[in-house]
Write a new protein. Structure first.
Length: 170
């Protein structure tokens, strides 16, 4: 029942900045760095970033293998190659959004690792909703840009399935 000390505004701001820096590092898929940016050695920064970058680079190998496997399809329909950046970018952006939301929820303790299956099921439903909109818009875009012939309808169908799959996996 006695006052032993005080917490100053400066102390509270310092704690808030440390927590915010830690949350931003987690959202960027990096281990948090404790010291100020310019005071932290180069190799410490590199060590904090490399783990996720290696994982992402190695997982891109899977994409390369898939592209190689369907080389014959690309020779028959070279136009399909022009859609690869859109598919990869959309998947990457969806994955970044999803991971940012989940990491933020973990950092603020809105969810815990015990909620893994609930979060996974929720993200699956979100990705289905997003997929429906993206596939519809992309189908209309493809048909308007390249014509509404039966070949383009087939290409739009293949792109739609691929786009939905990329969004759900991301």
């Amino acid at each position: 029942q006695r006052l032993i000390g005080i917490v100053t505004v400066d102390d509270a701001i310092d704690v808030m900045q440390e927590e915010t820096n830690e949350e931003f590092a987690k959202m960027a898929a990096m281990a948090p760095v404790e010291a100020p940016y310019l005071d932290t050695p180069v190799f410490t920064h590199a060590r904090k970033r490399i783990r996720w970058l290696l994982l992402l680079m190695l997982s891109a190998t899977f994409t390369g293998l898939l592209i190689t496997r369907y080389e014959a399809a690309f020779e028959a329909l070279p136009m399909l190659v022009s859609f690869i950046p859109m598919l990869m970018d959309t998947g990457g952006n969806c994955g970044a959004q999803s991971s940012t939301m989940v990491i933020r929820a973990l950092a603020t303790e809105e969810v815990g690792f015990r909620d893994y299956f609930r979060v996974l099921f929720k993200e699956l439903r979100i990705s289905l909703c997003i997929s429906v909109v993206l596939v519809a818009v992309n189908t209309v875009r493809v048909l308007l840009m390249y014509g509404a012939g039966s070949d383009m309808l087939k290409i739009a169908l293949v792109l739609g399935i691929t786009l939905a799959w990329a969004v759900m996996m991301a």
